[in-house]
Write a new protein. Structure first.
Ligand code: SAH
Ligand code: DHB
Ligand code: MG
Length: 219
C-alpha cells in the first residue's frame, strides 16, 4: 500500500471501531456532497476527538469559528448537555445549510449560527467560553487566537484545525498565505504565557495536517 492509502485505510479502521453510524451526522455528509459544499469538514475521527475533549471538560458554552455545513458543530453540540453553542460562518449559503443541520440535530444546547466575517463578529462576544474551536480562514488565525484567549475561561480549551498544512508551516513564506497564518498562530500559541499547548500531527482521509490543542492556565 502507498503511504496515503494505508493512512486512509487506518482511518477507515479507526472510524469502524470508534464512530458509530449516526443518522444526523451521516446525513450532513450526504447533504453536503449533494449541495456541492467543499469536502473540508473534520473527519469522523476528528469529530469524535472534538466531542471527547468538549465532554471531558463538561463544556456548557462553546464557540466555533468556521461552520461550513455544521458537521463539526454537531459533534461539539453532542458533547454538551445544555448551554450555548455559537458558530460563526461568513458564507450565507453555508450558514443557511448549517441552520438546517442544527435544527435536524435537535441539539440540547441553544445553538446559533452568526453570519459574517469572524473578525467583525468576535469583538461583540463576551466571555466565558469553555471551548473555542478555530476552523475558518487560516490567515486570520493569529487574530482569532487573541480573541480566543480573551473569551476562554481558565481551564478552558482553544482548539485549532489545519495547523500543519502538509508541512507547509515549516517554510510558508511566499508559498501559501494560509500556511503563513497557521505558522504565526503556532508560534504565538507556543509563546503565550496564559496557555499550555501541543499540536497533534495527523494523517488520514483528510491528508497530512495538524490539530492544535491549548489549555488556558488557571489564573
Ligand atoms: N468546521 C467545519 C469546517 C469549516 S470549513 C467542519 O469541520 O464541519 C471553513 C469555513 O470557514 C467555510 O465554511 C468558510 O466559508 C468559513 N470562513 C472562511 N473565512 C471566514 C471568515 N472570515 N469568517 C467566518 N467564516 C469564514
Ligand atoms: C481547508 C479548510 C479547512 O478547514 C480544512 O480542514 C481543509 C481545507 C481549505 O480552506 O482549503
Ligand atoms: Mg479544517
Amino acid at each position: 500500500m502507498s503511504e496515503n492509502k494505508v493512512f486512509e485505510a487506518v482511518d477507515d479502521y479507526i472510524h469502524g471501531l470508534f464512530v458509530e453510524a449516526d443518522p444526523v451526522l451521516d446525513d450532513i455528509l450526504a447533504r453536503s456532497a449533494d449541495a456541492g459544499l467543499p469536502d473540508i469538514q473534520v473527519s469522523p475521527g476528528q469529530g469524535k476527538l472534538l466531542y471527547l475533549l468538549t465532554k471531558m471538560i463538561g463544556a456548557s458554552r462553546v464557540l466555533e469559528i468556521g461552520t461550513l455545513g455544521g458537521y463539526s458543530t454537531v459533534w461539539l453540540g453532542r458533547a454538551m448537555s445544555g448551554g450555548e453553542l455559537v458558530t460563526i460562518e461568513f458564507d450565507d449559503a453555508h450558514a443557511a445549510f448549517a441552520r438546517e443541520t442544527l435544527d435536524q440535530a435537535g441539539l440540547k444546547p441553544e445553538s446559533q449560527v452568526l453570519t459574517g466575517r469572524a473578525l467583525d463578529i468576535l469583538p461583540a462576544l463576551e466571555p466565558p467560553f469553555d471551548v473555542v474551536f478555530l476552523d475558518a480562514n487560516k490567515d486570520s488565525y493569529p487574530a482569532y487566537l487573541r480573541h480566543a484567549v480573551r473569551l476562554t475561561r481558565p481551564g478552558g480549551l482553544i482548539i485549532a484545525d489545519n495547523v500543519v498544512r502538509d508541512g507547509a508551516v515549516l517554510a510558508p513564506e511566499g508559498v501559501d498565505p494560509q500556511a503563513v497564518g497557521a505558522a504565526a498562530f503556532n508560534q504565538a500559541l507556543a509563546e503565550h504565557p496564559a496557555l499550555e499547548a501541543i499540536i497533534l500531527q495527523q494523517v488520514g482521509m483528510k491528508g497530512h495536517d495538524g490539530l492544535a490543542i491549548a489549555r488556558v492556565k488557571d489564573s
